[in-house]
Design a protein around this ligand. Structure first.
Ligand code: F6P
Length: 300
C-alpha cells in the first residue's frame, strides 16, 4: 500500500480538521494510507504518527483546532535533522508529505522538497498572511469569532456609553482588523503601524457621538500597536477614557464556518491529486474562487 504523510504546523486554524478529512477521503480512492504526524514537525522528527482512517477523522470535521496537534518546531530548523527525516521517510516508503500551515511551515516544506521528498503546502492561518492566496483556511472563522464576540461586548458598551479599543490577532497582517472592523462598523481601524493618529481618533469619537451612537469602537491589529498603548496615549492626550481589551485565542478556536470546512476539504483533495502527479515544492492558493498551485521557491 502506498503511504503519504500530513502534518499541521504553526498556529492552529479552524478548518484544519476538515482538510485532513479531505486528504483521507481522496487518498482512500487510490488505496493510499495516510499518516498524520503529531504535534507538527516535531512528530515528523520523532516518528510519532496516527494512521488516519475515516473513523478517526470524521468525528473532528466540524471542530476547530487540529486533532493531531500543532507546534512551531525549533528542532526542525536544523539541516541535519531535515536530512535525517527525509532519509527515514524514504526508507519507510512515504511517497510524499502534505503540510498544512502558514509561511513558516512552508519554509520547512520547501527544505524537504529540496532534499528530494515530494511536498505540498496548504495555507492555513487565521492571519491570512500567505500573500499568494486571497484566502487562508481559518480566516473566515476568525472573523466570525471576532464579530460575534465584539457584538456581545458592544451590547454592554452601549448600555454605558463606553469607548473600546479592541486588539485582534495578526502579527504581520492587518487583515483580521480590517475585515472585522468593517463588519463591526468600527469608528476606526488601526491595521498597520502608522495608522494611528490621536486627532483622527478624537474626531471620529466626536462624530460618532454627535450622531447619537452609544458606544465607540476601535479595532487594532496586534502588529500595529497594542490596545493598552492606544488607551494610554488617548487617555494622556485627550479627555476620553477607554476600555482596552486583547481578544486573544477566542479568535482562533471555534467550529469552522462552512466556507472553511468546504475550502479545507477541497484543498485536501487537490493536494493528494497534485502529489500523485509528482508535484513538489508547491502550495495551494485561491484566486477568484479557483484553487491553483504556486512554487514555494521565491524566484520561480
Ligand atoms: O496563528 C497566528 C497567530 O494566532 C497570530 O495571530 C498570533 O500573533 C500568534 O499566532 C499567537 O501565537 P501563540 O498562540 O503561540 O501565542
Amino acid at each position: 500500500m502506498r503511504k503519504i504523510g500530513l502534518l499541521t504546523s504553526g498556529g492552529d486554524a479552524p478548518g484544519m480538521n476538515a482538510t485532513i478529512n479531505g486528504i483521507v477521503e481522496e487518498a482512500r480512492k487510490y488505496e493510499i494510507e495516510v499518516r498524520g504526524y503529531l504535534e507538527g514537525f516535531d512528530g515528523l522528527i520523532d516518528n510519532q504518527f496516527l494512521k488516519l482512517t475515516p473513523r478517526k477523522v470524521k468525528p473532528h470535521v466540524s471542530s476547530g483546532g487540529t486533532f493531531i496537534g500543532s507546534a512551531r518546531s525549533q528542532r526542525f530548523l536544523q539541516a541535519d535533522i531535515q536530512r535525517q527525516v527525509v532519509q527515514r521517510l524514504y526508507e519507510e516508503n512515504i511517497y510524499g508529505l502534505i503540510i498544512i500551515g502558514g509561511d513558516g511551515s512552508f519554509r520547512g516544506a520547501l527544505k524537504l522538497s529540496e532534499l528530494g521528498l515530494l511536498t505540498i503546502g496548504i495555507p492555513a492561518t487565521i492571519d491570512n498572511d500567505v500573500k499568494e492566496t486571497e484566502i487562508c483556511l481559518g480566516f473566515n472563522t476568525a472573523i466570525r469569532n471576532v464579530v460575534e464576540t465584539v457584538d456581545i461586548i458592544m451590547q454592554s458598551a452601549a448600555s454605558h456609553r463606553h469607548l473600546y479599543a479592541i486588539e485582534v490577532m495578526g502579527r504581520k497582517s492587518g487583515d483580521i482588523a480590517r475585515r472585522s472592523g468593517r463588519a463591526l462598523d468600527a469608528e476606526g481601524i488601526i491595521a498597520e503601524i502608522g495608522d494611528f493618529d490621536v486627532k483622527e481618533v478624537e474626531q471620529a469619537i466626536k462624530n460618532s457621538q454627535a450622531i447619537g451612537k452609544r458606544y465607540q469602537l476601535f479595532v487594532i491589529a496586534e502588529g500595529a500597536m497594542s490596545a493598552e498603548a492606544f488607551q494610554k496615549i488617548m487617555e494622556e492626550e485627550t479627555n476620553f477614557s477607554f476600555h482596552a481589551l486583547r481578544l486573544g485565542h477566542i479568535q482562533r478556536g471555534g467550529n469552522p464556518v462552512a466556507e472553511d470546512r468546504i475550502l479545507g476539504m477541497d484543498f485536501g483533495a487537490l493536494a493528494v491529486k497534485e502529489l500523485l502527479q509528482g508535484v513538489t515544492g508547491k502550495a495551494l492558493a485561491v484566486k477568484d474562487n479557483k484553487i491553483f498551485t504556486y512554487s514555494l521557491k521565491k524566484d520561480e
